[in-house]
Design a protein around this ligand. Structure first.
Ligand code: SF4
Length: 694
């Protein structure tokens, strides 16, 4: 007898929100999802979960989901529902026309960090094999692309070095530009438990987050730096470690390039990097910098965890390099309890990068200019791949405005809401002749689309996600796609319309192709994942059971490489008109631009974005808690309510970006990381004034 509301069966799958990658049992009654129960055997979460994964799945059946393909010749026309056949054929004809008329490089695509590895692999394959160019990019461009560059340069590969279990052996945790309590809650719980057990904590963040002080933990040192000065502070910590002789010479001699270290020592010892000098730039007291550096260098196993507060800066890549330098300096790499750990934001941002979503890299982070790598794909795919890197997202938009880029296939990404400089994004999209959006809802980007292809949720497909610890977790289909097809099937339909010989019957066959062509995935298969539950790449002949901790015997690039980290102030300056610095972050119950969480019961929990402002700055402007304020930058303005709090320092304001009404990205500038173009979301000069509301 089945009681009303009781499940009939359950399927183990993976949360589709953050990079922790929690495993859940989806309990089902027929095609109805009754509840999500955190799975005790999930290696990333061990039976724990946060409010998003547990409760925020209602978007899958939300009434606003678009289930039928739509076309319109002009964006001023109304949408017209069409069959899948017509939508696919129209898209194919348009892309072919554009390439014939404007050239092979006039089209490109964007993969999604929300979709599976297999889906991401297919999108980049479609672009490289079908469009015959490398114009593919990913939403990682706007979050962790500096991690790819910085860790690639210093260690030889772009990934977190540790598994989450490693934190159990950490003695000193250094958190930089991250608030795991909000953004990676299940990992934050493990970290807090370790702190409560006696490990020490250092936090570098402009804001006093829950990790700095909460009911059960308190950081030893909080370096509340001025936004934009990460490089100066991290280099000053290295200065202290070097000038006080706290570095690990034996480790460096054995594992790192000694001549580059000599050059680095000369650079970092310079008095301009001293804590006293850096205090003038960053506002962090010199003694706090010294204390943090000494603790990290001498406190036992030191582990660094960092987030978008590191990467989304004009010197994001430089800070990642500085962090990698710190770990090498102190020998805090290559064993349990230590390491450098980017806390990846989206569920599959690690995977989307692994799968060749960047315009200069094929799957497995291999540069497109490498003849031997291209040969593998040339022979498998039967085409000659382009050896020139393609366009990044901002370059695609620039080229569109210039009239040389005309068509784009965007899977699972709302670039109008999530990318910086909204006016430029809309100008680029408006200039294109065929914008194809594949998504669950009519998002902001779809306002500029000519074709809308309904997307599928994680509950409606098989595949894999790769979490922040490189763990490849299975995603299992628990219900039939409401739109008719899983996302990978739609990409395959497009490929077949283009005349490509794709006949994948199941995502496992896509993974088999990934394994065949990508050394770090060589032994990954659905069979292995069934047997092991999950596996961390590299998983190959050398490591058939996977690799929980990287760089144990040597760095992927051979010797670790020290690189100078010269601080260069951002061009975004405060002044009389824009005297405050705005930085941004997330809250626990909402996720990114809120497309999913706002369409669940969570919507009621935090219904608006607030502007945190220090009591002194509020008083100077005659503001009280809850007042409406106008937030204005050189790029744009918006209206929201003030929250007066000393969590932020005088001169700094803070908001979240979960609600489209606030449009925080209207405010942000078009400055970006020098190496990767990752936008500088975390530093914007603003003015705040009283307002009567929107
Ligand atoms: Fe999902 Fe992340 Fe929460 Fe885990 S911590 S349930 S992966 S949102």
């Amino acid at each position: 007898v089945i009681e009303i509301g009781q499940p009939e069966h359950s399927v183990v799958t993976t949360c589709a929100y953050c990079g922790v990658g929690c495993s859940f049992k989806a309990e089902m009654r027929g095609e109805e999802l009754v509840r999500m129960v955190p799975w005790k055997d999930g290696k990333a979460n061990r039976g724990h979960s946060c409010v998003k994964g547990r409760f925020a799945y209602g978007y899958a059946t939300h009434k606003e989901r678009i289930l039928n393909p739509m076309i319109r010749e002009k964006i001023s026309d109304p949408w017209r529902e069409v069959s899948w056949e017509e939508a696919i054929e129209y898209t194919n004809k348009e892309f072919r026309r554009i390439q014939y008329q404007y050239g092979r490089g006039a089209v490109g695509g964007i993969t999604s960090s929300r979709c599976t590895n297999e889906e991401t692999y297919l999108v980049q394959k479609l672009i490289r094999q079908g469009f015959r160019n490398n114009n593919v990019d990913t939403c990682a461009r706007v979050c962790h692309s500096p991690t790819g560059y910085g860790l690639g340069q210093t260690y030889g590969t772009s990934a977190g070095t540790q598994d989450f279990d490693s934190v159990e052996q950490t003695d000193v945790a250094l958190i930089i530009g991250a608030n795991p309590a909000s953004a990676h809650p299940v990992f934050a719980s493990r970290l807090k438990k370790r702190i409560r057990a006696g490990a020490k904590l250092i936090v570098i963040d402009p804001r006093r987050t829950e990790m700095v002080k909460s009911a059960h933990i308190q950081a030893e040192h909080h370096l509340a730096l001025k936004p934009g000065t990460n490089v100066a502070v991290v280099t000053a910590m290295a200065h202290v470690i070097v000038t006080e002789g706290l570095f690990n010479e034996a480790f460096i001699r054995e594992r790192c390039d000694w001549s580059e270290f000599q050059d680095y020592i000369e650079f970092v010892s310079d008095p301009r990097h001293s804590p006293e000098e850096v205090e003038k730039l960053s506002g962090v007291p010199a003694e706090t910098i010294r204390g943090a550096a000494r603790l990290y260098a001498t406190g036992g196993n030191g582990a660094i965890y960092y987030g978008l507060g590191v990467t989304e800066h004009s010197q994001g890549s430089t800070t990642v390099i500085g962090i990698a330098n710190l770990a090498m300096l102190t020998g805090n790499i290559g064993r349990p309890g230590v390491g450098v750990n980017p806390l990846r934001g989206q569920n599959n941002v690690q995977g989307s990068c692994d799968m060749g979503s960047f315009p200069h890299e094929l799957p497995g982070y291999r540069h497109v200019s490498g003849d031997a790598v291209r040969d593998i794909y040339d022979s498998l795919w039967g085409v000659k791949l382009d050896e020139e890197p393609g366009l990044r997202i901002p370059n695609m938009l620039d080229a569109a405005v210039d009239g040389t880029f005309k068509g784009i296939y965007i899977q699972g990404e709302d670039i109008l809401q999530s990318d910086p400089d909204t006016k430029h994004v809309s100008a680029g999209l408006a200039a294109m002749e065929c914008v194809v959006v594949q998504d669950l809802f009519l998002n902001e980007t779809a306002n500029y689309a000519h074709v809308f292809l309904p997307g599928s949720t994680f509950l409606e497909k098989d595949g894999t996600f790769t979490n922040a610890e490189r763990r490849i977790n299975r995603v299992r289909k628990v219900m039939t796609p409401k739109n008719g097809y899983a996302d990978w099937e739609v990409t395959q339909l497009l490929a077949q319309a283009m005349g490509l010989n794709w006949n994948y019957k199941h995502p496992s066959e896509i993974m088999d192709e990934i394994a065949k062509t990508t050394p770090s995935f060589a032994l990954v298969s659905y069979d292995r994942l069934e047997k092991m539950g999950s596996v961390q790449w590299p998983c190959n002949e050398k490591a058939p059971e996977g690799t929980p901790i990287m760089h144990i015997d040597g760095f992927v690039r051979g010797k670790g490489k020290f690189i100078r980290t010269e601080y260069v102030a951002t061009d975004e300056k405060t002044g009389p008109r824009f005297p405050l610095l705005l930085t941004t972050g997330r809250i626990l119950s909402q996720y990114n631009v809120g497309a999913q969480t706002r369409r669940t019961e969570n919507v009621a929990w935090h219904a608006e974005d607030l502007l945190e402002i220090h009591p002194h700055d509020a008083e100077n402007r005659g503001l009280r808690d809850g007042d409406w304020v106008r937030l204005k930058s050189r790029a744009g303005e918006t209206t929201l309510r003030a929250q007066v709090t000393d969590r932020v320092s005088p001169g700094v304001v803070y908001t979240t970006f979960h609600h489209p009404d606030t449009q925080a990205n209207v405010i942000t500038t078009d400055f970006s990381d020098w190496a990767t173009n990752c936008p500088e979301y975390k530093v914007t000069a603003v003015q705040v004034s009283p307002s009567n509301g929107p």
